[in-house]
Design a protein around this ligand. Structure first.
Ligand code: 5GP
Length: 116
């Protein structure tokens, strides 16, 4: 059975600072924040990657992840000034935790853009 660090957090085996939770997603504060607000939007059900997620036809859940990002951005007060929503995938994307997740960052003017 797969048990990465996010699975352990979801199961309550590891502590986290949660800001949102429902049956499909958990949103927690990143342990090593790269901005004043750095949250991780994590699907409760384990999926290694977006590839994996899409193969199971989770289109609605993918939409829900964006809805939650929007909702939480308002909840934590970063919606007005702006934020970034990022997903790192695979070796070249630099993904470290093998459980699909999205980073929501804000609370300051963010660093250099990769996409100009
Ligand atoms: P990735 O590079 O895989 O997209 O990002 C993984 C993120 O998970 C990193 O920003 C890292 O700081 C965060 N992270 C890793 N382990 C833990 C943990 O145990 N708790 C929390 N809250 N965040 C973690």
């Amino acid at each position: 059975m797969i048990s990465d660090v996010f699975c352990k957090i979801i199961k309550g085996e590891l502590k986290s600072d949660a800001v949102y939770k429902d049956d499909d997603f958990l949103v927690i504060k990143d342990i090593n924040p790269q901005a004043p607000v750095h949250l991780l939007i994590i699907p409760v059900k384990h999926h290694f990657s977006l590839e994996d997620f899409m193969e199971e036809g989770n289109l609605e859940l993918l939409g829900k992840a964006l809805i939650i990002a929007h909702k939480v951005a308002h909840q934590v007060g970063i919606a007005e000034k702006g934020y970034r929503l990022i997903m790192n995938e695979g070796e070249y994307g630099g993904k470290l935790v093998p459980h699909l997740h999205f980073h929501l960052l804000g609370g300051k003017r963010l660093g250099p853009k990769i996409v100009k």
